[in-house]
Design a binder for this molecule. Structure first.
Ligand code: ADP
Ligand code: ASP
Ligand code: MG
Length: 409
């Protein structure tokens, strides 16, 4: 008998017919003699709806109350799934994050899990029950409801699998049957990967691929939880495994790249003619960090006559806050002014093979140039290359790069 954590995403629980499908699948696993914990997301579109509703009252909404509101989506789907399982004659028990002690810090909307108390879940399993957990939610030490960031039900599932030492952590999806070389919604020649390493998956998630939450992958990597991404409607399909580098490499053989990603949640800010002297960058970026704004790519121009331009990118969601802060600091530093643009996107290539193969960057730049796509900024790390481009070219750039590196083959 195994202990299996199954997570069902929003598209898999989008309506009661789909919830019935999920309930039957959970029951089939139970019938095989396994203990099952089913983690659920809010029904598709529900979290967006709740955020919009909140914004119609206060924009940006009060952070504490926003988490109270958005966490309700998962509460509903957990209750519905438990109800459906019971209606099919099996014993199920639903839990919200606070009921099973998913203790987090107090950073609303992006809370970090500090501890999970597994007693209640273990008891329910011992009593032969199917456990249903509302994903995405936790509670801080003061008892406030918190949420784990967009896509956070993935993290709930991985964290439970780690704490309970589950034999499997299966993330079920409906829109896709695994992880692809790029978003199949953008590129029809995208190919499903059998295996991908934690490192590559982490880069793909961080660089905009919405298929798995980056923090969940990070957690899985840290606690060595193998993730199996599978399609809800075809549970026998092999899906994609997210595993250790050695295991993934054996599968990928001589593949240099594993994928292309894009991220439209990007905006850039330029501080013009800022005095070029020690300590300026710290003065510029410390206030942004204090506000919790994550600065991504930073480019500093060559200085002329003691002045330089500094350009950096921030998430679009923090754009207004970042401009306000930057304008304040730019004034204090005696810079000429601040320029900004939120019609940009980042396209990236990801692959472990980049560690040992050269020429990937030049091929990427040539492919983009051939389509007349101008590169605004470039950033690289050991296993990725990113280019910031005009937002309107995003899809074209993804398809061009996917073709240029023959990733569909
Ligand atoms: P769920 O509802 O199960 O949480 P998501 O909507 O979060 O599923 O994730 C699936 C979506 O991710 C798909 O609609 C797909 O278009 C998109 N996607 C982006 N990049 C990839 C990729 N590399 N592989 C698979 N799907 C991807
Ligand atoms: N419902 C949340 C979201 O849409 C969490 C999740 O789906 O995993 O981001
Ligand atoms: Mg999701």
């Amino acid at each position: 008998m195994a202990l299996i954590v199954q997570k069902y995403g929003g598209t898999s629980v989008a309506n009661t017919d789909k919830i019935k499908w999920v309930a039957e699948h959970v029951i089939r696993t139970k019938e095989k003699g396994h203990d099952v914990i089913a983690v659920v997301s809010a029904m598709a579109g529900e979290t967006d709806r709740l955020i919009k509703l909140s914004r119609s009252i206060m924009d940006p909404p009060d952070e504490r109350e926003l988490d109270v509101i958005t966490s309700s989506g998962e509460q509903v789907s957990a209750g519905l799934l438990a109800l459906m399982i019971k209606s099919l004659g099996w014993d199920a028990l639903s839990f919200q994050g606070h009921q099973i002690g998913i203790l987090t810090d107090n950073s609303y909307s992006k809370a970090k899990i500090v501890k999970i108390d597994d007693k209640k879940i273990r008891n329910a399993l011992l009593n032969g029950r199917i456990v249903v957990v509302a994903g995405f939610q936790g509670v801080d030490k003061e008892g406030n409801v918190t949420t784990l960031g967009r896509g956070g039900s993935d993290l709930t599932a991985v964290a439970l699998a780690a704490v309970l030492k589950a034999d499997a952590c299966e993330l079920y999806k409906d829109a896709v049957d695994g992880v692809y070389t790029t978003d199949p919604g953008i590129c029809s020649s995208a190919r499903k990967l059998k295996k991908i390493s934690y490192e590559e998956m982490l880069e793909m998630s961080s660089l905009g691929s919405k298929v798995l939450q980056a923090r969940a992958v990070e957690f899985a990597k840290k606690f060595k939880v193998p993730i199996h991404v599978r399609p809800t409607s075809r549970p026998d399909s092999e899906g994609t495994w997210v595993v250790e580098e050695e295991e993934a490499m054996a599968e990928m053989e001589d593949m240099v790249l594993s994928g292309v990603t894009c991220d439209k949640n990007q905006a850039k800010i330029t501080v013009m003619q800022v005095p070029d002297r020690p300590g300026i960058a710290a003065k510029l970026f410390t206030p942004l960090g204090d506000e919790g704004i994550v600065v991504d790519i930073i480019v500093q121009n060559v200085s002329t006559e003691g002045y330089t331009d500094m350009t950096f990118t921030v998430p679009k969601t923090d754009f207004k806050k970042a401009i306000k802060k930057t304008e304040q600091v730019a004034k204090e530093l005696g810079a000429k002014g601040v320029d900004s643009n939120d019609k940009i996107a980042k396209v990236s290539l990801v692959g472990l093979g980049m560690k040992t193969h050269s020429g990937v960057a030049s091929r990427m730049f040539s492919a983009l140039a051939q389509e007349g796509i101008n590169i605004i900024m470039i950033s690289t790390s050991e296993i990725k290359i990113s280019c910031v481009i005009e937002e309107k070219y995003t899809e074209l750039a993804v398809r061009t790069l996917h073709d240029a590196f023959n990733l569909g083959e």
